[in-house]
Design a protein around this ligand. Sequence first.
Ligand code: FBP
Length: 552
Amino acid sequence: MKLSPLQIARYSYVPKLPGMLRNGISEICVKEGALTESVADQEKIKALFPNTYGKREITFQKGKNTSVSKKQVVGVILSGGQAPGGHNVVCGLYDALKQTNKENVLLGFKNGPSGLLDDNYLIFDDEYINQFRNTGGFDIIGSGRTKLETKEQFAVALEVCKKHGITAIVIIGGDDSNTNAAVLAEYFAANNAGVQVIGCPKTIDGDLKNDDIECSFGFDTATKTYSELIGNIQRDANSAKKYWHFIKVMGRSASHVALECALETQPNICLISEEVASKKMSLAQIADYIADSVVKRSEKGMNFGVAIIPEGVVEFVPEFKKLIQEINELLAGSKADAFNLLSTWKEKYAFIEEGLTKESMAVFAILPENIQQQLFMERDPHGNVQVSLIESEKLFSALVKANLDERKAKGTFKGKFNALHHFFGYEGRCAFPSNFDADYCYSLGYNAFMLIQYGYNGYLSKVSNLSKPAEEWVAGGMPITKMMNMERRHGEDKPVIKKALVELEGKPFKYFEAHRDEWAVETCYTYPGAIQYYGPTEVCDLTTRTLALEKE
Ligand code: FBP
């Protein structure tokens, strides 16, 4: 394999651990904190997790290691979408495990949770793992979206663990995967399996965070990657002065990615889905809001601009959400076959018109035809519209164009509007992790092993105080049940980790809100440039504006 100079250089980068983990394994002891309760629905969560509920939060500190020494065989799984730094979680886990006892073993289950069920694994050694240090991607073992949630799956998992003598499983994933980690931990505890389960908080979407988990890993690198690209586009827009760029950024439901990119680049427009929902904005109102910026800038001679659109926004527009629900209903079960038998779009349109309520049809009718068709093309395994595949950047630019055409006809807009479209998502998920993510992830993995060694089960590896230099980071663990509440999923009440949406009263949104009117009309762009790996700490090691504002 031919290596790039950066890859070679990154192999010798030494990730920074929290100060309290730096003296070597024999000098790490545990300080137990308060007993915990779930964030809501305490009685129900307690009843569902009788063996793992209510445990104490814990912090590691310098002191004599008092854990009972035994040979550990640990299995690790990468779950869900890729996020920069995943390799370093595995490296940190491996290093801590081998530093403790050379006989310890780390197995990597391949292609996500299904690897555990299929007993598809590899055993890590120095030669193999060293090729992945400080690199992006999940290709070290692959990832997948199989959910570990049924009793049958847990029984198979237990069999596989017994076969290999596994003492602990580390699941690196988002809110759903860590919810499943908690359920698996409870199952193992209830069955006296002697297998611990530890989770690590991953997702570029940034929506796995709470009072304990300050941010999920990957968010830093992904948003820096998108912000670099957005900054470059802004500079191009400001040079050519002839295009409006509509840029969709990933974030399946929460808008943390869009907000962070806006804080970093100061675009003319950034939609925040949570605000759209709270103000119950319609598609027409959103289009009007963007068109106002186009007109005001045009009056100042600036027929160009940049608008950031969060991937999940359409689901937050109440009338669009209703439309999607009706379409799902319209095509439920065998009705989809009748629809698919219709050969022309005209016939299909008539079928849709017949099936939708008047209100939803009015929303459907204003959508550009390609978006209307997208709503009927891609279905998920449950037969639902896959909202994340809707090209919302094109949808909003088309709606803005229609709005501006009306204004032109009335003589209230005399400028030009030429739109270009971009989607930044996969570009950021496997980037070389920033120094922050390289350090944070390595620490999460190292720390996960400390939790295993001290016998904890159903805990999330927790590293906090992240807006400070790594020396001051605090390592410990949090019972996953503390983060849970009951939610309605697929018609059933389920215990789940509460997803963190953008808080409209939070400091990051408030900062954005205080500045966006100026950004909408003036050209206030900032250009973050590429992630820097070597150089002064204020250039290389700073984390996100979101975290800095939250910790102000
Ligand atoms: P996770 O929640 O698993 O971390 O994945 C998030 C994400 O990157 C979203 O931003 C995006 O909508 C989705 O994954 C894309 O999924 P896929 O990789 O299956 O196309």
